[in-house]
Design a protein around this ligand. Structure first.
Ligand SMILES: O=C(O)CCC(=O)C(=O)O
Length: 310
């Protein structure tokens, strides 16, 4: 019997018994054509309240810190202090609290992902990026593929918005169709800086993904994207979660086999990576580890250096 699911999409059991799609065919076609999608109303008000409450507890804990840790990445440039903590990122939040883990496994979310990369889904990573009011840091233009190329590109990133995500508080921007482009170079003077050159794209082509709290952004692993500083008096908190097809194997290796397979959310393990003809470039040589913010800090000039927002 037809039913409306939590994100307002009509779910129909097909005659063949195949599970019905969570996204409309129009949304799927648009994602394939443009490399991104915004979907409103995926997370409920109750889920949002829980996610915000737990996140505020983490921000509170970060007040005691003066440097980055395994879990906390601080916005030291924006004046992080005990009195006014500026937490830029919680690393692997699904490993830090059950509320984040539940968000990452939400069945309706996995149904959406299944429509885009198929029924065999592996968790790639999670991170919670936060931009504090009045200056929370930009993310320079890049593709996720520049950081982790794989044997095929059935890999995408979901962003769950805890706050209305608008231009003023530093929403995500994408370059539509850029996921069909080359393996963009994320190097400067031969070193990996985690961002493309200004010559690789035009800001004029950039499209903002604006969403109400509880909506999700979706972008393809090869899509060029970035986001400006938060110039509003509201936070911008975005839970980013990467998912890949089970047969997409990272070119840099997969680590421990048991752990690798324990990240499968739907489908079965395979030892047969699917090789597709995709353009790749590895993220080497690199000046060292650290978060995307630390790596991009090694760039000579921010893409946003001339913008009014800085
Ligand atoms: O937080 C953002 O606006 C984008 C983050 C992003 O693209 C990343 O962390 O790779």
């Amino acid at each position: 019997m037809p039913a409306i699911d939590s994100h307002g999409t009509l779910k129909i059991q097909t005659e063949t018994g195949e599970p019905a799609m969570a996204l409309t065919q129009e949304q799927i076609d648009s994602y394939n054509e443009n490399g991104y999608l915004g979907v409103e109303g995926v997370f409920s008000e109750q889920e949002l309240q829980d996610l915000r409450r737990v996140t505020e507890e983490f921000v509170h804990q970060s007040a005691e810190l003066t440097e980055h840790t395994e879990v906390f990445d601080l916005d030291l440039g924006a004046g992080h202090s005990k009195e006014s903590p500026k937490l830029r990122r919680i690393k692997s939040p699904h490993e830090q609290h059950a509320v984040y883990d539940a968000a990452m496994r939400k069945p309706e979310l996995l149904d959406i992902i299944e429509d885009l990369i198929g029924p065999n889904i592996r968790l790639h990573h999670t991170k919670l990026n936060m931009k504090a009011p009045g200056g929370g840091q930009q993310v320079e233009w890049h593709t996720d593929w520049g950081f982790y190329p794989a044997t095929n590109d059935d890999i995408l990133e979901i962003g769950v918005t805890f706050d209305d995500m608008e231009i003023e508080n530093g929403c995500l921007y994408v370059i539509p169709g850029s996921h069909k482009g080359p393996a963009y170079d994320h190097h400067e003077d031969g070193m990996f800086v985690g961002a493309v050159s200004q010559d690789d794209f035009s800001m004029e082509d950039a499209v903002p993904i604006t969403l109400k709290a509880g909506g999700i952004s979706i972008h393809h692993v090869r899509e060029l994207h970035g986001s400006a500083p938060n110039i509003s008096d509201r936070p911008r908190r975005l839970l980013l979660m990467g998912y890949s097809a089970v047969d997409a194997f990272p070119l840099t290796g997969y680590g421990d086999w048991e752990k690798w397979n324990s990240d499968i959310l739907r489908g079965e393990p395979t030892n047969e990576p699917r090789l597709e003809k995709v353009p790749v470039r590895v993220a080497q040589p690199t000046p060292g580890g650290g978060s995307i913010f630390e790596i991009q800090d090694t760039m000579k000039k921010s893409h946003y250096a001339d913008s009014k927002a800085t």
